[in-house]
Structure formats: C-alpha cells, structure tokens
Design a protein. Structure first.
Lengths: 208, 208
DNA sequence: GGCGCTACTGAACGGTTGTACAGTATCAGC
DNA sequence: GCTGATACTGTACAACCGTTCAGTAGCGCC
C-alpha cells in the first residue's frame, strides 16, 4: 500500500539524477561496463526504462556524470581533515580507507579508465581535474619535507599518484593479495626516503 | 584472383588461434571490451562468424586465451637479456619500451583487468602467474642492492609492480601527460633510494 | 585418386542493446 | 480547483549480441 503511493513520488531532477548515478555505480561495481546497461540500471534504481534518456540524454551522458561524481568524491575524501594526523599521514589513511580502497569503488574506477580511450567527454573531465589533483599532492609533499631536502615534489607526486592507481588495480584484480596494511606500506616505501631522510641509511627498517 | 585462392587456405589450429587472438587484441586496443565482439573480431581477422566458437568454444574462451598470451609476452619481454645494461636497467628499459609501454598494449591490459572481477578463469590465470612475476623482480632487486642494505625486497618489488601498473593506467588515460622519460624517472624515484643509498642524502638529484 | 578428418562457412535463432516517442500523472503557481 | 510544466512511464523498434548447427571444402593418408 505504502509502496504503491511511494512509488508515484516525484523527485527533483537533481535528486533523481543522483539516484540514477548511484544505481549506475552499483551496477558497474558488480559487473563492469557490461552491466552498465539501461535494463540493469533502471532495475537497480526501481524506475522505468525511459528515465535515463530523460535525465541524461543518453547512456554516455550518464557515464560522464558518474565519472564526474567519482572524481569529486575522491578529491573530497582525500581533502577531508583528520585531526591528530600529519597531512601526509591523513592523505594515506584516506587512500587506504574503505571509502576509497574498497573493491566496489576501485572497480568503478578501473571500468571508467578503460572507457576513457573511447570517450572524449571522460577524457576532457580527466584533463580538467588531474592537474589540480597532482598539484595538491605536490604541495602536501613540499610542506611535509624537511627544509634541507630539495627533491622534485612534482616528480614524486606523479610517481605517488601512479602508485596509488596501481594499488587500486591490484586490489581489484586480487583483493586477498593486497591488504590495506600492504597498501599503506607501499605508500611509505615510496615516500619515506624523501620525507624521512634521517633514516635513509637504515631505509630497510619498516615503519609500523 | 590471388586473394580468392589465398582465402581458401587452411591453417593449423594453432596458427588460426594465434591469428584470432591477434585480431581480438587489435579490437580491444581500439575500443575496449565493447569492441570485443564476434562481428568485429571476425571482420578484423577476415574469417567467418563461426570460427571463434570452433576454436575457442566461446567468447570467454577467447578472452582467457588473450589474457594468457598477454601475460606470456609481458614476462618474455622483461626477461629478454639486454647486453650492456645492468639487470635493473634492462628491466626498466623493457618496461618503457614500445613493446610494453604503448597505448595499444596497455589498453588491452586495462580492459582485461576490468574483466577479472567478473571472470573466474582470468583470475585463476592471474593468481598462477603473479607470484612468479613478483618473485623474479624481488630476486632482481636483491642482486642489484648493495650488500650492506638489508631492505625488504619483496615489499619493494610489490610497490614497484603497483607503480608500473599505475604508469600503464596513466599512459592509457592521457598519453600526452606521461612520456616514456617520465615513466623511467618514476621508476627510479621509487628504486634509487634502495639501490643507490650512497646518494641517499642527495636523493633530490635527478638521474639523467 | 579416393577417403576421411576437420578447418571452416554462413544462415538462423532468441535474447539484449540504446533510443524514440506518445501518453500519464504529479506538483507548483494562481 | 484549474492549468501548465515536466517528471515519469512503458511500448515499439531496428540494430546487434553470442551461440548453434547443418553443410562445404581443403588437406593428410593410404
């Protein structure tokens, strides 16, 4: 009864778009781009077939919206302050947190990356956001580095971003082979020599 | 005329399989998993529609064969000796060479990674090969490291592999933003502190 | 030179794809 | 309460999907 009346509820365009984006993410997380399908998504969202075209014009429009949303959430998550943690520690903790380092999230990223080659809209979105992403990480590194060290923060930031992407790939491909702890350790394997040069001689030592 | 007689040529099962795998790779490189399609692949290979089922049983069978082939070629490429280069230098040169670091190759990898979540056969193949891949890189690191250093080669190898995967992702996503030189530099950003600890104090210095 | 194996063909199949579109129902403004 | 705007529905459609299968033809073998 309630459901019947509920079902007819009308949402604002914005809310409905968000709901459809969520459903699309869920489908992609479950089955990759092969499950990014009108039927699957509307079933997941519990709406009729015509709604996607109505709100996004086409499936490509929906995919672009999903990409934009994912990038925004990623940036927001790594930018959120974590009281009591140094900025770099906060960054790494965010990156290995379930909000970003879960298979659902990472599988959506992997799928979107795979579509970028074919989809100019996605590529434009990436180009617009990536520069800022890298710059903010480079700035973080410069702040965290000891004053004496004069390393190339842009280069380290670039390598760090690639490492994070690669950790995401491995996590997707075989989650049991790469724990959250492993990922944290990998991040420090790259950064420690630059941020903690005092211990450079004993670089072998693991950081708990 | 010639083509007509040529067309009727019969190949060994092995040769035809290789030919279809090549065609499949070409299609995936061009359009991701959406172009991994019976029609597209047989058109690329210049054969009839029924051939894929005949040789591989199903499209999944073909995809598994492609994955296996890609992994084999990857291992072979990084294992090939490069006279005059230290083992680690040879490894990195192989990784940034066009044979491995081209968009065509990397886009196939990206697509296959995206399918692993859904495809148990691919995952089994990965699990079987990854351990050996990582172990061989760890062994290379141990050989290259100065005797005094006692760092965890397995951990560095793991991080290095993730970095390489991430470089591949970035290269696919936006080739103009990541040159072969950039990739080489990123590899050394990770490895130099462990393999060249003498210069650890001046870790900032770029290696040409 | 004929025989049998099998690589190979191509039409046919039911199911799924994304989009178009005519029609319905709900809510805001008056 | 009426009206207009629009969120929403659901059928229709042509194109394409992977697989099946009966039939054809090239090649090794005797």
């Amino acid at each position: 009864m309630k459901d019947q009346t509920r079902k007819k509820a009308r949402l604002s365009a914005e809310d409905r778009r968000a709901l459809l984006e969520d459903a699309a993410c869920a489908c992609i997380a479950r089955g990759g781009i092969r499950d990014f399908t009108v039927d699957k998504i509307v079933a997941e969202a519990g709406v009729s077939r015509g709604l996607i075209t109505h709100h996004f014009g086409s499936m490509d429009g929906l995919l672009a919206a999903v990409y934009s949303r994912m990038y925004g959430e990623w940036i927001a998550a790594i930018s959120a302050p974590r009281p009591g943690l140094a900025p770099i520690d906060a960054l790494i903790e965010a990156l290995v947190s379930p909000a970003l380092f879960s298979r659902d999230v990472l599988n959506v990223w992997l799928t979107l990356w795979g579509e970028i080659t074919t989809n100019p809209v996605l590529r434009a979105e990436h180009r617009a956001r990536y520069g800022q992403y890298r710059a903010s990480i480079a700035a973080l590194l410069r702040e965290a580095a000891p004053a004496a060290a004069g390393f190339d923060a842009e280069a380290v930031a670039s390598a760090f971003i690639c490492l994070v992407d690669g950790l995401g790939v491995q996590r997707c491909v075989e989650p049991t082979l790469l724990s959250e702890t492993d990922a944290r350790a990998a991040c420090w394997t790259l950064l420690r020599p630059y941020l903690d040069p005092v211990g450079a001689g004993s670089v072998a030592k693991a950081r708990s």
